[in-house]
Design a protein around this ligand. Structure first.
Ligand code: IMP
Ligand code: MG
Length: 191
């Protein structure tokens, strides 16, 4: 499949960064069995590659969410459509995300998970778009800080398309296959 626009992060860069992050996480969590929690579906490519670079025991679990169109853009309030299967009480929890944009979704999820009293709760995100951040978040691990562009591939989609590209490409106005281009602004997406 051809990239829809310029490639921002190559497969080789992703592989190197996953090794570095995996080694760092293995060292930081040595002696524990953290639960890595991922939000379906954007983060699954990152999660499966990252975890294969982790050399300590880990457990995996998943959350699925959907946004309330009218309120989620400003509040981050989302509906949990699939909750965790394992208990995280007294566990070391690492949330694995694809991209933090405004940060609203993740800050809502952190509040939701903190109610279950994990021993620790940290965030690992593949991409960080800091220019769009609306809420301050404690992000322990970041793959790449990126400029304010819309990216697809390696799990990230535009209306469900492009997730299976093995690299990250920039989707520019005029290249979007479906849907209405946002008026001069970065489009809001579901996970
Ligand atoms: P926010 O941090 O609450 O604004 O939302 C982040 C979510 O929006 C991510 O988990 C992605 O699912 C989606 N998203 C944000 N930026 C992009 C992008 O550039 N490409 C694809 N999805 C994105
Ligand atoms: Mg996501």
């Amino acid at each position: 499949m051809r990239p829809p626009g310029p490639i921002l992060i190559t497969q080789e860069q992703l592989a190197v960064r996953n090794q570095e992050l995996g080694a760092q996480i293995s060292a930081d969590y040595a002696g524990t069995t953290p639960v890595l929690i991922s939000v379906l579906r954007g983060a699954i490519y990152f999660l499966t590659d990252l975890t294969r670079e982790i050399s300590i025991p880990i457990h995996l679990d998943f959350l699925a969410i959907s946004r309330y169109e009218e309120v989620s853009d400003t509040t981050g309030i989302v509906r949990i459509t699939k909750d965790l299967d394992v208990s995280i009480t007294d566990r070391d929890v690492l949330i694995v995300e694809d991209i933090i944009d405004t940060g609203l979704t993740l800050s809502y999820l952190i509040r939701h998970l903190e109610r279950r009293r994990p021993r620790s709760l940290q965030v690992c995100t593949l991409l960080d778009n800091r220019t769009r951040r609306l809420v301050d978040l404690p992000v322990r691990y970041t793959g790449f800080a990126i400029p304010d562009v819309f990216v697809v591939g390696y799990g990230l989609d535009w209306h469900e398309e492009y997730r299976h590209l093995p690299y990250l490409a920039i989707l520019e106005e005029g290249q979007k296959p479906t849907g209405k281009p946002a008026a001069g602004n970065k489009p809001r997406m579901t996970n």
